[in-house]
Design a protein around this ligand. Sequence first.
Ligand code: GLU
Length: 309
Amino acid sequence: MPAGRFAPSPTSDLHLGNLRTALVAWLAARSTGRDFLVRIEDLDQQRVAAARGVAERQLADLAALGLDHDGPVVVQSERTALYEEALAQLDTYECFCSRKEIAEAAQAPHDGVRVYPGTCRDLSEAERSARRRDRSPALRVRANAATVTVNDVLHGEVTGLVDDFVVRRNDGVHAYNLAVVVDDGRQRVDQVVRGDDLLGSSPRQAWLANQLEYDVPTYLHVPLAVSESGARLAKRDGAVTLAELVDQGVGPGRVLGTLAESLGLAQPGEPVTVNDLLARFNVEALPRGPWLVASLAQAPACENKMSMT
Ligand code: GLU
């Protein structure tokens, strides 16, 4: 069964922007008869360890909004053998550059994505074994500066230069770009919905999907949520997670209503369920600009009374 998915990294609780992206992902999958999968992207164990219990809270938040999913939740840290298998199919090389060296040598960021200048591409075996003594290498894939165009439902054609990007970091952790492509491919995800901060990664991922002989999914990158200052929504903006809002008397029903309103799917204060939204959902009508989030917790008390919970 083809599927859509939501794939959070369990490094911090989902804020309103993340919850809204999850809602769009659920609606996009369910409205097209796809399965809806949830995958926990926890490969960066250091960041995950610093944020205990987040994955469980993320799953609970999805359930509280009524976003159900199919099959078991897939956890990336249990799938490293699959990523190694994929690495074996790719033309890769060891890279010994530090971040600093790359920053100094890299060409200016290309569409927000820094392009690796190829420093370690043609090292001899002797050079590599000498360098291995000082530093364990990352693995990069040889992409030969391919240019790839993907089609995004909201953003149209997005063309990106595919540089020799990292597929396994020098601490041995498989890179996000590799894991996401392997998992989407193996899980038969043919519809990728996520925040548009990842739009620039999609040409690389489409290229990698081709290399690994997976179909390239359709992409829908949801515009990010921003606070009144215009910056990306963040913890400092007050009550932005479901738990924080619930603490302030704003229940999941009201949060869902607000997310729906922001997507043009509900009137202000209208009580809605996810199934109501499913009947109204039209991908073409989704807003194309960032969502300016006004503080929910400070909304007038009369609106609070309209909360469903
Ligand atoms: N795990 C990524 C994040 O939370 C999303 C990856 C994706 O949807 O492709 O930002």
